[in-house]
Design a protein around this ligand. Sequence first.
Ligand SMILES: [Fe+2]
Length: 281
Amino acid sequence: MARPLQGFGLGLRPGYYEDALTPQCPVDWFEIVNENYMVAGGRPLYMLDQVAERYPLAMHGVSLSIGGRDPLDRDYLRELAALARRVRPDVISDHLCWTGGDGLQLHDLLPLPQTEEVVRHVAARVRAVQDTLGQQILLENVSSYLRFSGDTLDEAQFLSAIAAESGCGLLLDVNNVWVNGHNHDFDPYAMLDALPVDAVGQIHLAGHSVDAMGSGLLIDTHDQPVCDEVWDLYAHAVHRFGDVPAMIERDDNYPPFAELLAELAHARDIAATASAQREAA
Ligand SMILES: [Fe+2]
């Protein structure tokens, strides 16, 4: 049965399993971190099965390493496909990054050189992954703290070229656009305006922190509420991309579930206003 992803979601984290399963939970869908459920059994998988019965799901990975130079990990892809068969997600996504090499998994979302050569490399691997899974994937723009001197494309050109050449969609993390705009001195609004409207299939909203070491960089920590600047940028994203399913990502300093619901309600309000203005225009 097709279950289109629509509306507003939250990241499913172990501390929120019981909240997700309460009858009045006002969340339209949940996103899971794939690697937490690519196991043979245990409580997380048991809870996930119950959540999957009640909600549409998005599957979001952190270790595909789509930009890496090691061959794609076929065992990982088999496990990913098995999880997808189990929970029947509406969306499968990972990050536009590399996470290791020479067999070493660094568990970090590392930025790629933004060049045509890397576009071709990533696009070929995306097509192989999509063939294995039998469905389109979305790739997320990542936060970064450096750029490569050999870059020939800006970030919007890089994302657009990969979507066009591979057939993948984009998971637009609005917070990451804001963080990178600050860290790399570009206009985040102009970046959104340069992305292809039809390619954006999902939106992430999250909080960030200022680097405690005094570098002046913004760090993508997911341990704070979404800030006002990111809410404003989200309104602009709705103007440009329309009613794309959006969610709050929280991965540390977990608040009570009610606080996340309040953030989600704020996202709904902003989207409704921006959407009405978009229609009027
Ligand atoms: Fe994200």
